[in-house]
Unconditional design. Structure first.
Length: 428
């Protein structure tokens, strides 16, 4: 898994350079959306971001080869997490997963075999079984929460897959299925079943290979139909951790070394158990936090991030901001497209937390000396093909609202029905 992860990360860094993503997402924008508590994270000046990604590529190569592994893995973990925190509009579930896997590999002894470090030591040592178990649990939680998140009314009615698959109805092989209603339901329920049962079936030796092949087909289909970057290949690579640890040796017919038993002090075992348990508890509770908020998480976005809600909503929104000087009553309109990149505008318009952050930014930067501005926004959004409706209260001065973890009362509830639900009601 260490080697596969390193290969995927080298490829991902090359893609950042080849596609021009470094200047597009981290240098050209004049404003960056930040995660709460990380407003201080800023891009490197000058050519710093290019050098940063080059360093990430060197570290990924070090992980792949198992060379200076501990330094390479720690620097990759810190360096990629820094990139992740730079721009909230670039949040992707697989970027978050990369951060978590990089952290785990940085603290696990993944260089004890098949590495230049092991060759330089002249020995190949075993690792504690809990290391493999921890990686399996992390991936298992991704599958589990991706599956439970699909247990919602829209997904069970075939949305948003219906509209996405219809865009590929002209596919030379799959088009006959992708443009149909039953095809949308087949893909929806198939994805639901795969995510819910992947962890247990990958953990059982008798079903492991079959389940792995099914997940490979699933990820390849995702790669063909949707533009989701390196995620399918990353998942195929790291899911191999569910096989028996000696499968590479058996496949390559390399004799297994005689590992000595690892004797660990009781006190150390307890510390490790406590740390592993704490980590898994956090990874279990964070994806569930959206249950603490009222309304649909796909509409309010409260608790949506870090919860493995993947490809569950198609949200189209538009936003205009109104800046009012309370002293004079004069109001001027600000179109965010005048300052933000198209990617930032698209993401911000449908996410109340980013709307609030941008409103505070406008109040700080557009006010004249001695002027205090009120900032309101008119935002309409469509979720999974619904008719557009107001997302937030247009009468609320967003400058008076604080960024925090509590529910934002100025987010309006979703009241527009799904078109397919309306059709079902008419039939009944």
């Amino acid at each position: 898994m260490r080697i596969a992860f390193g290969v995927v990360m080298v490829i991902e860094v090359v893609r950042f350079f080849a596609h021009g993503w470094i200047p597009k997402y981290y240098i050209a924008p004049v404003f960056h959306f930040t995660y709460q508590g990380f407003d201080w994270v800023r891009p490197w000046p000058g050519n710093g971001m290019y050098l940063h990604f080059a360093a990430l590529g060197v570290c990924a190569l070090g992980i792949m080869l198992g060379f200076a592994y501990r330094i390479s893995s720690v620097l990759l973990c810190v360096g990629f997490t820094y990139v992740f925190l730079l721009e909230k509009a670039r949040y992707l579930n697989h970027f978050y997963l990369i951060c978590l896997l990089a952290f785990l590999l940085a603290v696990l002894p993944a260089n004890r075999a098949f590495s230049l470090d092991a060759r330089s030591r002249g020995e190949c040592r075993g690792i504690p079984a809990w290391s493999v178990g921890l990686l399996r649990a992390q991936l298992g939680l991704v599958f589990l929460f991706a599956g439970t998140a699909k247990l919602n009314g829209d997904w069970l009615r075939g949305e948003p897959l219906r509209s996405w698959l219809a865009e590929h109805a002209d596919h030379p092989v799959l088009g006959v299925v992708l443009g149909t209603d039953w095809g949308a339901h087949a893909f929806s329920y198939g994805g639901l079943a795969l995510d819910l049962f992947a962890w247990p079936l990958l953990s059982w030796k008798r079903t492991r290979l079959a389940m792995f092949l099914i997940t490979c087909v699933f990820h390849v289909l995702n790669a063909v139909l949707f533009d989701i970057g390196v995620f399918p290949w990353l998942m195929i690579a790291v899911t191999t951790i569910f096989f028996e640890p000696d499968w590479p040796r058996r496949l390559l017919r390399i004799p297994a070394p005689n590992f000595e038993s690892l004797v660990v002090a009781v006190a150390r075992r307890r510390v490790v158990a406590a740390l592993v348990g704490t980590y898994l508890v956090v990874q279990t509770l964070v994806p569930l936090r959206h249950l603490l908020y009222p309304g649909s998480v796909h509409w309010t976005e409260e608790g949506h991030m870090f919860s493995w809600h993947m490809k569950l909503r198609d949200k189209n929104a538009s936003a205009l901001f109104f800046l009012t000087d309370p002293a004079t009553g004069k109001t001027r309109v600000v179109d965010p497209r005048s300052e933000l990149t198209p990617e930032q505008v698209r993401k911000m318009a449908g996410r109340p937390d980013m709307i609030l952050e941008y409103a505070h930014h406008l109040a700080r930067t557009r006010a004249a000396p001695g002027e205090t501005l009120e900032v309101r926004a008119r935002v309409t959004a469509s979720l999974n093909g619904r008719a557009p409706q107001l997302l937030i209260d247009p009468d609320v001065d967003l400058v008076t609202q604080d960024r925090g973890l509590a529910h934002d009362e100025w987010i309006l509830p979703l009241t527009t029905p799904l078109p397919s639900a309306e059709r079902d009601a008419i039939r009944r």
